[in-house]
Write a protein that binds this ligand. Structure first.
Ligand code: SAM
Length: 402
């Protein structure tokens, strides 16, 4: 039975039996903490195993603590000593902060004296960045205790767990979504539900000023054929000299360039540099830290603005869609390759990032997605969003990012 001040869950079976064995061999080496009435504040497992084995259990009496003070002491000792998984640690950290009346924020980098996470984490000997990462992870896995438990046990990588949680959330959205075939918003924004090959067939020839898109990147015949269809579509709807800017995947890049080249003129390549942990591709032992971008045009490209071909993203933005691209990056290319009032098209909406960028930058827009969940989330973002693009990062700033 859990003791009065046993603030965290029981140890898992393997850790508990290792501790029991150690106590049987060497006795209780670290004294437990008790209050003046003998209630255990810290060391419930040590006490239980010592009692079971008929061994002495050294005690330190912590007298004069209030009820809250006892809970706080118990949490602090657990955070300092016990080997907690990152999510368990974050929960204990939050509870201890609450017990002390500290409000924790995890958004952004704060730093300085007022940064409660940094100050409090330093007190526990944990780097503020690590503390913030653990708190964010716990938030993201809050509705997925099974994934959190697997991360804490070390059975599941934290990044992968976050991806799984996002995919589940999107699945749920998809199951509930029932968007109309066409959504028209003021200021010339149009979102279609269906295969772009059909639902965007009504777009007039030579009428689109920019196609800015992100097709699926899987390596199968059907998906690769999409690049052919995209090339054919662009060669019809783009105005002469105007661009297709498409995010691609490293694996399908050669095929994408090959397919698009049958319909359009290649003029440049670039990349979106991704922050944080790299996606490991075991088949070729590559640690993928970027997404290629290809630049094609209908006929010879007629440049109007300078553009930087490779930029870093300050952080993953995946709240709307599992394959979402950073709004700042998408908005940058939208502004480099189109003018206010012009028509921008994205046949593969996903979370609707291009649509949101077009809306914010005063372009007309037409787009589509085959997936009802993607259309629904795009509609929601367009109808309600005040979201701003996060700043683009230079290479030097990127070095400092987690
Ligand atoms: C990589 S995602 C786009 C992500 C998007 N850039 C974002 O920022 O959220 C590709 C999208 O293409 C959609 N799709 C795949 N085939 C399609 C087709 N034939 N017509 C329209 N959409 C399609 C998928 O449903 C998926 O949502």
């Amino acid at each position: 039975m859990a003791g009065r001040y046993q603030v965290l869950d029981e140890l898992d079976e393997t850790t508990a039996s290792a501790l029991r064995e150690d106590i049987a061999k060497r006795g209780v080496l670290v004294p437990i903490d008790v209050d003046e009435d003998g209630n255990v504040l810290d060391g419930h497992h040590r006490k239980r195993f010592a009692d079971e084995l008929g061994l002495d259990c050294p005690e330190i009496i912590r007298s004069g603590l209030t009820e809250e003070g006892k809970v706080e002491h118990a949490l602090l000792m657990n955070l300092l000593r016990r080997h907690l998984g990152p999510v368990e640690w974050a929960h204990a950290f939050r509870r201890l902060a609450e017990a002390r009346g500290i409000r924790l924020g995890t958004q952004g980098r704060q730093g300085g004296k007022t940064d409660s996470v940094a100050v409090f984490a330093a007190e526990l000997g944990v780097a503020p960045r690590t503390a913030r990462r653990r708190l964010r992870l716990a938030d993201r896995l809050a509705d997925h205790p099974d994934l959190a438990a697997r991360v804490d046990r070390g059975d599941l990588d934290a990044t992968r767990a976050e991806t799984l949680a996002r995919e589940r959330a999107f699945e749920q959205r998809r199951a509930e979504a029932d968007p109309p075939p066409v959504t028209r918003l003021g200021s010339g924004i149009e979102v279609h539900h269906g295969r772009f090959q059909e639902v965007l067939a009504q777009i007039e020839d030579d009428s689109v000023d920019l196609v800015l898109t992100d097709p699926p990147w899987q390596w199968d015949v059907e998906t690769l054929d999409l690049w052919d269809d995209l090339g054919e579509f662009c060669s019809r709807v783009l105005r002469p000299g105007r661009a297709l800017v498409a995010y691609s995947g490293s694996g399908c890049l050669a095929a994408a360039i090959d397919r698009l080249s049958s319909h359009l003129d290649y003029f440049w390549a670039g990349a979106l540099i991704l922050p944080g942990r790299h996606n490991e591709v075991k088949a070729v032992m590559a640690r993928d830290s970027s997404t290629p971008i290809v630049f094609f045009s209908k006929g010879r490209y007629r440049p109007r603005h300078w553009f930087i071909n490779s930029l870093s993203s300050p952080g993953a933005e995946k709240d709307a869609h599992p394959w979402q691209k950073p709004l700042g990056n998408v908005a940058y290319y939208l502004e480099c390759f189109s003018e206010p009032g012009e028509l921008v098209c994205d046949p593969f909406l996903g979370g609707g990032t291009t649509a949101v960028a077009a809306q914010q930058k005063g372009r007309r827009f037409i787009g589509s997605d085959i997936d009802p969940g993607a259309v629904e989330v795009t509609r929601q973002r367009l109808e309600g969003s005040e979201e701003g693009p996060r700043p683009l990062l230079s290479m030097e700033q990127r070095e400092e990012e987690p």
